[in-house]
Design a protein around this ligand. Structure first.
Ligand code: FAD
Ligand code: DLZ
Ligand code: SF4
Length: 511
């Protein structure tokens, strides 16, 4: 029948008024379905701050849709009728309304895409238009290329959006100012951190619910300070543009024990849930540059993260297909050590990154890549266990962006789709970019022995374990030459120390 009610599905990370499913629907005819369900909250044990953020933002978005004239059937987690899964809730609501059709925007995970495709009702899946590059656009770009490199894709996105362009040339003459963005942490940080919001009554209700239901999940719920609607997310963005963007570039890779956020935007959770629009964010950053408020290296670096890395990662996930997240190119199989969930390790850099993650559901890129990710890769942890940890603990984590970052960029498990070489380093890099090593139980300068920094011995052991895979890589050949010049006795000692460390770690000793 022509005017039969249809259901419009809006997922927790689809809180955008321009969502394609809403565009395809009709407020006079259709019913929006939104549901807090335990299947989504527990398929990995999401951080309580992440669950609270999403539930609060979902409730506020439902109110907004109602005031825009939509009928919204919203199911709270503890509703007695709640089917506790997305397909279950859709079927329940379809029966209530006699609806025979569902309209959805493509979810950001293959798992949920298949669940929708397998529903007994027809589901019209609309493309997610909240990204610059459609799947077809990315496939076209990737077609026939031997290697997929973010830099070349990024340049096309710059041309297409016109961001930081001077005619058909890049602003300032260079596409990429990353070279200027590698300063270690400054002594003083003149920024209080990201903008924080006091929970209102609606948020307090959600916090009580999350406290009662997800107490056993890793992560501290309070103090809860996230933005939970578009207006607050906008205010947080504005605060970043004013107070942090000018120094974003310089200290992008720095880490300090004192400051968790440095000059980072801390907007990943807002962008990925749909509270901020990526192109708008970039245009506002560009305006800050044009107004003379922020330098080119900062603004180019920031824009590259969003129209370059973020879009590229999404392209890789969907190009990789449903099995992308299960790849294990280096055949790693060790279990994730318990200290990823407790922070109880003598490695100060790891303890700091994990403790901060527990408190904030946040760590910045270099902490994720060069501390927790680097350690997991060096120690040969099973990439799917590493990925499950990242997916659970970060407020901005959804598989479309988490898997290419973890399986691809960090664990080099996707066969080189994302990167041309693994991101591994000894303790040296961490010592250079942070103050973690001061006061660590290990000695970053010691290359062998009981107190040697574990990253130092594991680094060589990793290279030797995977010599066949990497020694012909021109970007890694120098390291193999260094190893080959090392005295044999020292080589044996390094490898022995690495084995001893791993055995102690696997035996559950405090390492
Ligand atoms: P900023 O440093 O201020 O950067 C601004 C924005 O750029 C971010 O909000 C984000 O939207 C985008 N961005 C930057 N780097 C990336 C990247 N590599 N991929 C995609 N977007 C990027 N990002 C996620 O959004 N979700 C994840 O689950 C996620 N998992 C990661 C796992 C690992 C192992 C690594 C190395 C990186 C991961 N990232 C992930 C990328 C990056 O760490 C976060 O986007 C960033 O730390 C978010 O904090 P911010 O908003 O302060 O970022
Ligand atoms: C992450 C998440 C959580 C914790 N809870 C819900 C929920 O209860 N309801 C919902 O619609 N979405 C939730 N999400 C987001 C989904 O997991 C997300 O849409 C998929 O992983 C696809 O990106
Ligand atoms: Fe980390 Fe090694 Fe430095 Fe300790 S010495 S903080 S383990 S890099």
């Amino acid at each position: 029948m022509v005017n039969e009610t249809r259901l419009i599905l809006v997922l927790g990370d689809q809180l955008s008024p321009g969502l394609s499913a809403l565009q395809a629907g009709d407020p006079a005819r259709d019913v929006v379905v939104m549901a807090e369900v335990s299947a989504e909250a527990t398929y990995v044990p999401h951080h309580p701050k992440k669950i609270a953020f999403l539930f609060a933002a979902m409730r506020k978005f439902a109110e907004r849709l109602r005031s825009d004239g939509w009928q919204v059937d919203y199911t709270e987690l503890d509703d007695s009728e709640n089917a506790q899964s997305i397909p279950g809730e859709l079927l329940r609501r379809a029966a209530q309304h006699g609806a025979k059709q569902i309209i959805a925007t493509e979810p950001g995970e293959w798992r949920l895409i298949s669940a929708l495709q397998e529903m007994p009702l027809p589901v019209q899946i609309q493309p997610d238009t909240r990204f610059l590059a459609s799947h077809a656009r990315f496939e076209d770009w990737a077609e026939g290329r031997k290697q997929l490199r973010m830099e070349y894709f990024y340049r096309e996105m710059r041309r297409e959006t016109g961001l930081l362009m001077a005619g058909d040339k890049p602003e300032g003459g260079k596409w990429n100012y990353d070279h200027d963005n590698r300063k270690p942490a400054p002594g003083e940080i003149g920024r209080a951190g990201p903008m924080q919001f006091t929970p209102d009554a609606l948020v307090e209700d959600v916090l009580a619910l999350v406290e009662a239901r997800f107490e056993e999940h890793f992560g501290t719920l309070r103090p809860f300070w996230y933005a939970t609607d578009a207006a607050q997310a906008e205010a947080a963005l504005e605060d970043f543009l004013t107070n942090a963007l000018p120094l974003f570039g310089d200290y992008q890779d720095a880490m300090t024990s004192e400051h968790r956020f440095l000059y980072h935007a801390v907007i990943g959770q807002y962008l990925n849930a749909g509270l901020l629009d990526p192109l708008d964010v970039c245009q506002r950053a560009e305006a800050a540059y044009r107004a003379g408020h922020a330098p080119l290296n900062a603004v180019e670096g920031f824009i590259r993260q969003i129209i370059g890395w973020r879009e590229f990662m999404r392209g890789i996930y969907f190009l990789g297909g449903p099995d992308y997240a299960s790849r294990n190119g280096l055949g790693h199989s060790r279990d994730l050590p318990a200290f990823y969930w407790t922070g109880q390790t003598k490695m100060r850099c790891m303890a700091h990154a994990i403790d901060q993650t527990r408190d904030e559901a946040y760590a910045h890129h270099i902490q994720r890549l060069m501390v927790t990710g680097n350690f997991a890769l060096l120690a040969g942890i099973a990439p799917q266990q590493v990925a499950a940890w990242y997916l659970a603990v970060y407020a901005d984590a959804y598989e479309w962006v988490e898997a290419p970052n973890v399986i691809g960029m960090s664990q080099f498990a996707d066969g080189g789709m994302v990167g041309s070489k693994p991101y591994v380093s000894s303790g040296n890099y961490i010592a250079k970019m942070s103050d973690y090593c001061k006061g660590c139980s290990y000695d970053v300068k010691a290359k062998t022995g009981e107190t040697a920094c574990p990253f130092n011995v594991l680094y060589w052991q990793f290279l030797i374990r995977h010599r066949e895979a990497f020694e012909k890589n021109p970007r890694m050949a120098q390291m193999y030459r260094t190893w080959d010049r090392m005295q044999e006795g020292r080589q044996t000692q390094v490898l022995q120390d690495a084995e001893t460390f791993l055995a102690r770690m696997e035996g559950g000793e405090a390492v």
